[in-house]
Design a binder for this molecule. Sequence first.
Ligand SMILES: *[C@@H]1O[C@H](CO)[C@@H](O)[C@H](O)[C@H]1NC(C)=O
Ligand SMILES: *[C@@H]1O[C@H](CO)[C@@H](O)[C@H](O)[C@H]1NC(C)=O
Ligand SMILES: *[C@@H]1O[C@H](CO)[C@@H](O)[C@H](O)[C@H]1NC(C)=O
Ligand SMILES: *[C@@H]1O[C@H](CO)[C@@H](O)[C@H](O)[C@H]1NC(C)=O
Ligand SMILES: *[C@@H]1O[C@H](CO)[C@@H](O)[C@H](O)[C@H]1NC(C)=O
Length: 456
Amino acid sequence: MTRTYVILSILCLYHTYTSFGQDCPRKQELQSSLRQLHKLLSAHEASYLQSLRSLRKKLNLLQGSAARQSVKASNGTCPKLEAPDNGRKLGKMLAVGHEVHFLCEPGYELVGPVSRVCQEALSWSGQQPSCRNINECASTPCLNGGTCVDEVNRFLCTCAKGWTGATCHTPIPTFFTVVNDASSAAATTTTSSPSTSSSSSSVSPSSLPSSSFVHAARCTQFLGSTRCSCEAGFTISGRDSSLCVDIDECEVFHMGQAGRLCLHNCVNTAGGYRCSCPFGYNLTRDSRNCKDIDECETRQHNCTRDQLCVNTYGSFQCVRVECPRIRNATYVKTSPVRCERNPCPVDNKACAQAPNSVTFHYLSVVSNLSAPRVLFRVSAARVLGDTLRFGLLGSRGRRHFTVQRSGRQTGQLLLVSPVQGPATLEAEVEMSELERRTTLGRYVTKVTLFVSPYGF
Ligand SMILES: *[C@@H]1O[C@H](CO)[C@@H](O)[C@H](O)[C@H]1NC(C)=O
Ligand SMILES: *[C@@H]1O[C@H](CO)[C@@H](O)[C@H](O)[C@H]1NC(C)=O
Ligand SMILES: *[C@@H]1O[C@H](CO)[C@@H](O)[C@H](O)[C@H]1NC(C)=O
Ligand SMILES: *[C@@H]1O[C@H](CO)[C@@H](O)[C@H](O)[C@H]1NC(C)=O
Ligand SMILES: *[C@@H]1O[C@H](CO)[C@@H](O)[C@H](O)[C@H]1NC(C)=O
């Protein structure tokens, strides 16, 4: 089409010139016209080549998509997958190579694989997972003889007599006001009492030993018998049941770990008791439990400007975040707890192999924390390579920690056994990104665990 147009134009022009045959154009004019014709030809030539190139491009594209189509010829899909009962399924693609992921509703735990892949054989990898109700009673949360009833995502305690609270940890207050018919007891005991000088007379408060912990009972005569009583916190005592003796609540209620009266220390007082907490803790509103004081928050710390204050249970720690010193690599602090490697010179292998970033993570836990337990997760924000690897660096943390993968882009640090405080443990978690087995980057997280001396 283009070519036809060019030729027609030339003919037409030629004709135009020839039509002026009689007045034969001058040599100059003719040359100028020829030049114009050349220009026109060049322009058409360029446009023609351009069309050709665009045509070739289109052809290539068509060829590519045709090739892809033929790859897709093994176009089968895996059978549709159902979400487990009480759970969800993520991912709708059923084609080969695609994955679906499974989640359970709160209160349920996944039994089986977290994800399944549609394989070449058009079947899903692994077994269909299910969601199992988490038995919240498994940890025997009901104390002091309470009975546990497992419900979805929670448990209910039926407490034994004398106990109350969500986990039956609170003793029901008992009033020890005792009203005795003491007439017969008084009759028998007064005769055999050698200690009281005025034993022959009836009970007289002034003659009795008295302190804030022991005092005379309030007695009344009624129809020839004596009735004595004590106020709350005291119990009636003495040979003739005429004394009120303080109840040592700390002793009486000193039962089992969590069931006791005070979380930490109990101080008996006249008619009552008082709880106290270790240094670094404040008594809570219920006057029985201890709450850690956040020294960092309340500015009670003495860390310097170049240190970071880390609150711990019962105390605080001043830490200094320092970027690694690795030969051939330099680091810059990009946040108070993060160092990133500066770009490496070309061909500097040592630098390229140094970690791309080092992040510092400080954790505070109580003593004897039950284990295994996930302490923290590390995740890749964006993945460039085809593989992510998670691992523990060095041998320092191996006794207490392990690193597991917990998702496609996530790894987690687990505490494997309970640690008795006070203690400070360290672990280095490495996440490395690979592309066809070549390391693209290494990201290190240095974890420091401050274990309190107390279990709270
Ligand atoms: C691919 O899918 C088409 C239509 O979806 C079907 O006609 C064809 O048989 C499939 N090919 C293979 C190899 O399964
Ligand atoms: C802890 O108790 C002290 C003294 O009762 C009080 O001054 C302080 O504000 C309390 N701190 C917190 C964090 O509650
Ligand atoms: C900071 O306080 C702790 C106790 O809270 C003390 O042991 C330490 O010596 C103090 N450090 C400085 C630099 O004052
Ligand atoms: C470390 O850096 C020096 C100087 O920049 C360079 O000569 C050397 O090859 C580097 N080492 C490695 C192992 O790349
Ligand atoms: C640690 O915890 C376990 C179970 O929670 C308990 O049996 C053990 O007595 C505790 N040890 C200490 C030293 O508190």
